[in-house]
Design a protein around this ligand. Structure first.
Ligand SMILES: Cc1cc2nc3c(=O)[nH]c(=O)nc-3n(C[C@H](O)[C@H](O)[C@H](O)COP(=O)(O)OP(=O)(O)OC[C@H]3O[C@@H](n4cnc5c(N)ncnc54)[C@H](O)[C@@H]3O)c2cc1C
Length: 381
């Protein structure tokens, strides 16, 4: 078993780290506190070849691996935690589902502007009555001529108020096999937003209302029966989510380590207190263990898609460890860590959300338990 990055992976990591230090380190704090999606960073990353890293070249990607995309998240987050979200947007979420399932015409119309960093896509999956139980979703797609009429409401769509496209999960018919997805464009007639609000992380979301929104046939990404394909793509999204949790936990850990060497109380650097040393020993053990689980899931990805069990274990553990490291790092830094001029408080707020988003820690543990007992457990009464 080899736990080291290959020479090629190390070269890639070094080159992305250099890019991040040169262009992203400055302004990292402002970016973390800015409401706006940093389109300038997205375009720069796209030009640098950091979008579509693991997509085939035929889909406009770089022909790399899922592990390369994880390396890019880590290298960028070490200089600018917020910019790791832009690597996610260009590699892991709905953009990846598009790269996998879009027709030639759909690639031209939707994927191309996304991979150029000029457009933004969000996922509209969650509904007021369908959170963890996502297959309860009620947004409907009803045939109308060559296209469909969409009716329903989505909640918690990150960047929803200003995304150019929404990949909306919709119901063409009853049951899981009736679920698929369509791409709704900003400005479409009948598509409106509720009052924008924010997550603890600062990211904006708004309730999305679809009232008889017309989508043409080309806007249907996956028709009835598409849900299972989408959920397998979701394992990729979860790897990006796990990678960011871990990367932000590491960022906070590093900041606190530097601080603990310099900060003096009672006439000694605080790293000389055993109570502080043990915090770092715990953080280090857990961050390293989480890294191994993440790399295992990413590097064993078969055909670019990691297994559901590897992903559940990696995400649940990275989510928890990333948040705990950020929380402990903040504690080590005292008032300086809790202050808005420290990126550590941002890491603390940001990592908390990933314990809920993209499959909560509890839902992932349900999936892990199914592997333990080699059977499915129905969650419904
Ligand atoms: C930061 C953030 C970003 C998000 N971005 C998006 C987005 O871009 N697009 C989108 O569609 N959605 C997004 N979401 C929504 C997210 O997918 C949902 O919040 C998530 O699926 C949980 O649904 P819920 O909030 O309705 O909680 P619920 O499903 O109501 O769950 C409440 C609690 O009960 C637990 N629970 C539920 N069922 C079980 C069970 N069977 N066993 C054990 N525990 C259970 C949950 O883990 C949770 O702790 C985002 C959420 C967050 C926090």
């Amino acid at each position: 078993m080899d736990f080291e990055l290959s020479e090629e992976q190390q070269r890639f990591r070094d080159s992305v780290s250099g890019f991040a230090r040169r262009f992203l380190q400055k302004g990292a704090l402002e970016r973390a506190h800015s409401d706006a999606y940093p389109h300038d960073v997205a375009r720069q990353m796209a030009a640098e070849g950091l979008f579509g890293i693991a997509f085939p070249e035929s889909a406009g990607g770089q022909g790399g691996t899922l592990m390369d995309a994880v390396i890019a998240i880590e290298a960028v987050a070490a200089s600018c935690p917020r910019s790791a979200d832009i690597i996610q947007a260009g590699n892991f979420g709905p953009v990846r589902v598009l790269a996998e399932h879009a027709s030639e015409a759909q690639r031209e119309r939707f994927l191309k502007p996304l991979l150029a960093g000029g457009a933004l896509i969000s996922v509209g999956m969650t509904e007021p009555e369908a959170g963890s139980a996502v297959t309860d979703l009620e947004t409907t797609a009803t045939p109308d001529g060559d296209g469909y009429r969409i009716n329903g409401t989505k909640v918690f769509t990150t960047h929803g108020p200003y995304a150019d496209f929404i990949l909306a999960y919709v119901r063409f018919a009853k049951g899981i096999d009736g679920i698929g997805s369509v791409i709704v464009e900003k400005g479409a007639e009948g598509f409106s937003y509720g009052r924008p609000t924010r997550f603890l992380s600062g990211d904006e979301w708004a309730q999305l209302y679809f009232e008889d929104v017309y989508v043409d046939a080309e806007q249907v990404l996956l028709g009835p029966g598409g849900f299972k394909k989408q959920i397998s793509g979701f394992n990729v999204e979860r790897i990006g989510n796990a990678a960011r949790s871990l990367a932000l936990g590491r960022y906070a850990y590093d900041a606190a380590r530097v601080y603990a060497k310099e900060r003096t109380q009672f006439g000694r650097p605080i790293c000389e207190f055993q109570g502080i040393q043990w915090k770092f020993a715990e953080m280090k053990m857990r961050l390293e263990a989480a890294g191994l689980l993440l790399y295992r899931a990413a590097s064993r990805a078969d055909g670019g898609v990691p297994s559901a069990e590897d992903t559940a274990i990696a995400k649940a553990y990275c989510n928890r460890v990333g948040f705990e490291a950020a929380s402990e790092a903040l504690q080590v830094m005292g008032g300086a860590g809790y202050s808005l001029d420290s990126l550590v408080e941002y890491c603390f707020r940001r990592t908390r959300g990933w314990m809920i988003a993209g499959g909560s820690v509890e839902i992932l543990k349900n999936r892990i338990a199914e592997g333990v007992f080699e059977r499915r457990f129905r969650q419904r009464p």
